[in-house]
Design a protein around this ligand. Structure first.
Ligand code: SF4
Length: 329
């Protein structure tokens, strides 16, 4: 049986801009694994000295060595990959795939491009609602009742984002929506939440963003000084308001929904996922490093690190934002 695979309309627009890239993944300092098959292939190219230029990573994977400045050892002075040039374009699985991501669900799979890559980010942050018409929107995507419920809810979440007056309003309505969908899951009542119900509820109190930043600083593994310093500044009260168009901010919210919403199936906890989206969005608009950089660093530090991601989701689960009925605050 073939599995249906879905991706947003913009997915095929991505092309690596290589030497023109301002924040190359080859300079990221990441541990980049090299698969066995490509390793064997590279051995046939004497000048590449592949055996000398790999080592064991922290997970035991075979990874490329880095230069002292954290660039991949195969990046040349022109910002091009020597392996790619010498072999006529053959890359290892991970290098070839990045910045594309793939998610398997019961009955279907989805793929996208990650905003950790600046070129992918440029494309994703210009996306509109119709770009997501090509992802799984319900029907016969899965036989799993809860997953289908979440897929239907995700469609409404996209409507909320693009139908709200402002991105801030959209983020808040999304949070309330998550709470109502969660009620359906908790009470075994998987009935679609109508958008009109959102007007009756509101988040109570201020969002615990400083507490979350403290947790990220104290508990997660941090790769980049820019991320650490911007969180520290925020905790010390130095924040800013991003001068970014509403369309771009809504595109980011839509990306966060696409990237994370269906992950709720693992914990049966869509409210925490919506809180995560709400907080990620708030960080992107309030950190003093600016919107684009904050979006990219959140992806590099949290989206790409499943340990950090799970720790943050645990923290959010333990520190829920209260949603109250209007008039009962
Ligand atoms: S970050 Fe993106 S555009 Fe830049 S080199 Fe890597 S894949 Fe190419």
């Amino acid at each position: 049986m073939t599995t249906n695979c879905f991706s947003p309309e913009y997915y095929d627009k991505f092309n690596c801009i290589a030497s023109a890239c301002t924040d190359s993944c080859c300079r990221s300092g990441w541990e980049i694994p090299l698969d066995d098959e490509t390793f064997e292939f590279y051995k046939g190219f004497k000048g590449l000295e592949i055996e000398k230029n790999v080592e064991d990573g922290t997970d035991g994977d075979r990874i490329f060595k880095l230069k002292p400045n954290k660039e991949c050892v195969y990046l040349d002075d022109n910002g091009l990959c020597r392996l790619h040039i010498a072999t006529g374009g053959r890359l290892g699985e991970i290098c070839d795939k990045y910045p594309r991501f793939f998610e398997e669900f019961d009955g279907f799979c989805e793929s996208g491009i990650s905003v950790s890559c600046p070129e992918a980010r440029r494309i994703v942050l210009a996306a509109s609602k119709s770009d997501y018409d090509t992802v799984c929107m319900g029907g016969d995507c899965s036989d799993d009742e809860l997953l289908n419920y979440l897929i239907d809810a995700r469609r409404t979440a996209f409507d909320i984002v693009f139908g709200s007056k402002t991105s801030e309003e959209a983020a808040e309505r999304l949070l309330v929506f998550g709470a109502l969908v969660q009620d359906g899951i908790d009470f075994g009542d998987l009935i679609a939440v109508d958008e009109s119900e959102l007007n009756s509820f509101t988040p109570s109190g201020s969002k615990p963003l400083i507490e979350l930043c403290r947790f990220i600083l104290d508990e997660t593994e941090i790769l980049y000084d820019d991320w650490k310093n911007s969180l520290l500044s925020f905790v010390e009260g130095k924040n800013s308001v991003a001068d970014v168009s509403e369309d771009k901010k809504k595109s980011y919210l839509a990306y966060l929904i696409y990237r994370f919403f269906l992950k709720a199936i693992n914990r049966e906890d869509i409210f925490s996922v919506c809180e995560l989206i709400y907080m990620a969005f708030a960080l992107s608009t309030e950190l003093s490093i600016g919107f684009d950089k904050a979006v990219g660093l959140f992806a590099k530090e949290i989206e790409h690190d499943c340990v950090n991601f799970d720790m943050i989701l645990d923290w959010i689960q333990d520190n829920p934002i209260e949603i109250v009925e209007n008039g009962l605050k």
